[in-house]
Write a protein that binds this ligand. Structure first.
Ligand SMILES: Nc1ncnc2c1ncn2[C@@H]1O[C@H](COP(=O)(O)OP(=O)(O)OP(=O)(O)O)[C@@H](O)[C@H]1O
Ligand SMILES: [Mg+2]
Length: 339
């Protein structure tokens, strides 16, 4: 755009040059808006808290209820019960739902009846993620523009009616949450936008964190650190030793069981994925051999958890220590388990 404007400016006609300058300025302005917008979505990390997705859906639909009613758009909610809470930025997710519903609104307005928008939520098989679908009875998305929908500034709306930033913003937000968004347009029906968000474990509950901060750190415990990554094990044990704990290291579940056999441990902090015997395997053995230690286990989690790990953590409800951690996180989790 700016390149074309520059060529026009050099034609010699001052009126053309003047307009070309205006075009260049507008292009510049637009590019800035996009950058700002995307920075907003991508670079500001989500301010996460416990979020109930169905509540976000209800609030977004409520916000748009009036204009939808004016256009006789019927909104159906098919929300799964007992969805796990998300660890997410409620405000950002709200923006996503509002954008998808306003797009759907726009699409059905152009179609004759029925004008219908359906919002569906469900937990994906395996429980590792939650899905939100926004489907409409509009004309669907022409194949030739499907690939471009999420591009910033891509719009088919007349000038002044759309910025083309809605879906780019949605994509930025969803990806910042570790999720994905895609559009489908099955033949003979309208568009379906599908958002998938991972179910992540909240770090140690805020109340426990406050309690931990209020009391002096626990000291002098005998702690077994189990991790096949020597650096992480060393880091953890150094930090624990700095708080006056006596620390031993095991490289996997088998070694851990050998050490636990000697008795006298107060706490086990273990990785999930390890060769020989992994975290869930170790947990199972501890259930059999050292049941008293069961409530004294903590698992270290990375940012990518497979569905099996997630299922294990949900089922057992063991406290977790998310990577990267600092001394405060470690104290908090030690306190949580030992107090
Ligand atoms: N539900 C839908 N059905 C059909 N086409 C859609 C639907 N949602 C989005 N689109 C297409 O994707 C384009 C881009 O959507 P996006 O939300 O990014 O921008 P916009 O809606 O055009 O502008 P704005 O969001 O600023 O109002 C739309 O112009 C439209 O062509
Ligand atoms: Mg839009």
């Amino acid at each position: 755009m700016t390149g074309h404007a520059a060529i026009l400016k050099s034609t010699g006609d001052s009126r053309v040059a003047d307009r070309a300058q205006k075009m260049a300025d507008a292009a510049e302005r637009c590019a800035r808006i996009v950058r700002n917008f995307l920075a907003l979505a991508r670079q500001r990390p989500p301010e996460r808290g416990r979020v109930a997705l169905d509540q976000v859906v209800h609030e977004a639909v409520e916000l748009l209820a009036y204009p939808l009613r004016v256009d006789s758009v019927e909104v159906a909610l098919e929300l799964a019960r007992n969805l796990p809470a998300l660890w997410a930025d409620a405000h950002q997710l709200h923006q996503v739902v509002v954008n998808l519903v306003s797009n759907a609104h726009h699409a059905v307005r152009e179609a004759t009846s029925p004008r219908r928008i359906t919002l569906t939520t469900r937990q994906e098989a395996g429980g590792g993620s939650v899905v939100l679908e926004v489907a409409d009875s509009g004309r669907g998305i022409p194949r030739e523009i499907q690939a471009r929908l999420f591009e910033p500034f891509f719009t088919t709306k007349p000038p002044g009616q759309g910025t083309g930033l809605g879906l780019a913003l949605c994509k930025g937000i969803v990806e910042a949450h570790g999720g994905s968004i895609e559009a489908a347009s099955p033949p003979g029906s309208g568009a379906v936008f599908r958002v998938e968000l991972p179910v992540e474990n909240a770090p140690v509950a805020a109340a426990a964190a406050r309690a931990a901060a209020a009391s002096p750190p626990v000291r002098g415990q005998r702690i077994l650190v189990v991790d096949d990554e020597a650096e992480i094990a060393a880091l953890l044990s150094e930090m624990l030793a700095a708080d006056g704990h006596r620390v031993e290291i095991a490289a996997n579940g088998v070694e851990a069981l050998e050490k636990l056999g000697a008795g006298g441990h107060d706490l086990v902090i273990s990785d999930l994925r390890m060769p020989e015997l992994d975290g869930p395997g170790l947990y199972l053995e501890v259930t059999r051999r050292h049941p008293a230690l069961l409530r004294r286990m903590v698992f270290v989690t990375g940012d990518t958890l497979g569905p099996e790990s997630l299922e294990f953590l949900h089922r057992t409800n063991v406290p977790t220590l998310g990577k990267p951690f600092d001394l405060d996180d470690i104290r908090r989790v030690v306190q949580q388990v030992l107090v």
